[in-house]
Design a protein around this ligand. Structure first.
Ligand code: SF4
Length: 483
């Protein structure tokens, strides 16, 4: 089976129950944002911009649990902000499991190893020694950390922790290979930490998913390499969704990066181009998504938006109409369902936006459930086949795959460090990741018949380099030679 039986059966029962009851609209996945604080400032993230005035506020634990109970979604995606910063994250996960829900923690991966060390400290017995020894040999924990785990005190042993479970997924944000990912999260070293966290999680028996947002600058060849690498690490599944040009992210781009959002976000036509291989990827890798949604992304069909099925709850309440767009916040899910004029949003049968802001949206939070909830016999059959069919085998690991993944710079030194170095030397004779166009992978842009790329930065990588140089120059108040 592609997914664990018990959670899959629970989700199927939930859909059947609502169809039999004739519920028009109901929740499938709750996007629960207990806080918007984050340790990163990813390019394209609207949250830390839209909620910039309430970054220090948090939804109390009981309120989070009550929101999940009210909408009764079988799946909860705890996002934010960085949810591992939420002080009661362990209690929140335990409470949601107590309600019988499947929990995804959408994380940037930076604090995952700390949380898993806490689990080890609480659960340690000599029976865990083989895993601990392996973590040590793969340098995923230090000797000092291993000793702290073995000698944990009563407080550490009684702490509520996040344990491996078929009802829990770490859902790690990965937007590309090292160069691209660190560029998007605007910090070097994050990709490397994500990989270490995924490796540690798999050794300890956790389920791990990844989530990827595809932007205009994302190269499809790189995405396939990324899936191969993540699959070789034993990742259990991947969600992938096109980026959306919501207002807060757009404004931030103009103000902070001096960048034109049209250069960064996708139109529908571009999305279809980027996702033309998605169905093949669905056969090669465990892509989380209904086959209907994959067909939609590949441009083979239209789907209506079902944003009400993936509601967002945060410090201001139930965010309407959807995860990306904000018209208002409601005190209850029921009130949001009944008061929002849902037919003003989404797209019509021809794929035209009913609201101009919906025009280019193909986000999973709007359209993914539409495939799952469709009652056409064909959709029911392809969903059944996809979910209950065999799971794609992990991609074989190899040193070449790992080398291709760590393409940004030498280990421990990301692109920004290299850019700074390049700026400091005014680019004199510096050979960098930029000079490789950001990676060494085959890529899908036109070589103009020459059969090879020029040695200098060009296209997307050139744009990114120009951005970085501009940021660094602004910070240092120096002029940087752009040639
Ligand atoms: S199409 Fe749906 S999910 Fe996308 S912006 Fe419009 S309402 Fe939101």
């Amino acid at each position: 089976m592609r997914f664990p039986l018990a959670p899959t059966a629970k989700i199927a029962r939930h859909i059947v129950k609502h169809k039999l009851k004739g519920s028009g609209k109901f929740a499938m996945v709750l996007q629960l944002e207990p806080l918007h604080t984050c340790n990163l400032t990813c390019t394209g993230c609207g949250r830390i911009r839209e909620y910039s005035t309430s970054l220090k506020d948090m939804v109390p634990l009981e309120q989070c649990l009550a929101a999940a109970a009210e909408c009764d979604a079988p799946m909860i995606s705890i996002c934010g902000g960085e949810p591992l910063i939420y002080p009661k994250i362990e209690e929140l996960v335990a409470g949601l499991h107590g309600q019988g829900r499947l929990v995804y923690i959408c994380t940037n991966g930076v604090f995952m190893r700390k949380k898993m060390r806490e689990y080890l400290a609480s659960a340690y017995t000599p029976a865990l020694e083989p895993q601990l020894t392996r973590l040590l040999s793969e340098k995923l924990v230090t000797e000092k950390e291993a000793e702290a785990i073995r000698t944990a005190d009563a407080a550490a042993r009684s702490k509520v922790v996040i344990r491996p479970s078929q009802w829990h997924y770490w859902n790690v944000h990965v937007d590309g290979l090292e160069y691209t990912h660190d560029l998007i999260v605007e910090r070097e070293g994050v990709f490397k930490e994500c990989v270490a966290a995924i490796q540690m999680a798999k050794i300890l028996g956790y389920q791990v998913a990844t989530n990827t947002t595809v932007y205009k600058e994302t190269e499809t060849a790189e995405l396939e390499e990324m899936f191969k690498y993540l699959s070789s690490l034993g990742v259990d599944g991947h969600t992938i969704s096109p980026g959306y040009d919501y207002d807060a992210a757009k404004k931030d781009m103009v103000k902070r990066l001096g960048k034109d959002p049209a250069q960064f976000f996708l139109t529908r036509e571009m999305t279809r181009q980027k996702f033309k291989d998605i169905e093949r990827w669905g056969r090669m890798f465990t892509i989380f998504g209904t086959p209907g949604y994959l067909e939609f992304l590949a441009g083979k069909r239209e789907l209506a938006c079902s944003a009400w099925a993936v509601p967002t709850y945060n410090i201001r309440g139930w965010k309407a109409p959807c995860y990306v767009m904000t018209e208002g916040h409601y005190p209850t899910y029921a009130q949001m369902l009944s008061e929002v004029k849902w037919d003003r949003f989404g797209v019509d049968e021809r794929g035209c936006g009913r609201d101009p802001r919906c025009e280019n949206c193909m986000m999973h939070s709007g359209f993914e459930p539409s495939g799952a909830l469709s009652s056409s016999p064909r959709d029911s059959w392809i969903n059944f086949k996809y979910n209950f069919g065999s799971r794609p085998a992990p991609y074989p690991s190899s040193p070449e795959l790992t080398r291709a993944a760590f393409n940004g710079a030498s280990v421990g030194k990301g692109h920004l460090a290299e850019a700074k170095e390049a700026v400091n030397r005014e680019f004199a004779g510096v050979k960098s990741a930029f000079a490789r166009g950001g990676n060494d992978l085959p890529h899908d842009h036109d070589h103009g018949g020459s059969g090879a790329c020029s040695s200098g930065p060009s296209g997307a990588a050139g744009d990114q380099l120009a951005d970085l140089k501009a940021k660094i120059a602004a910070a240092k108040k120096i002029e940087v030679n752009s040639q």
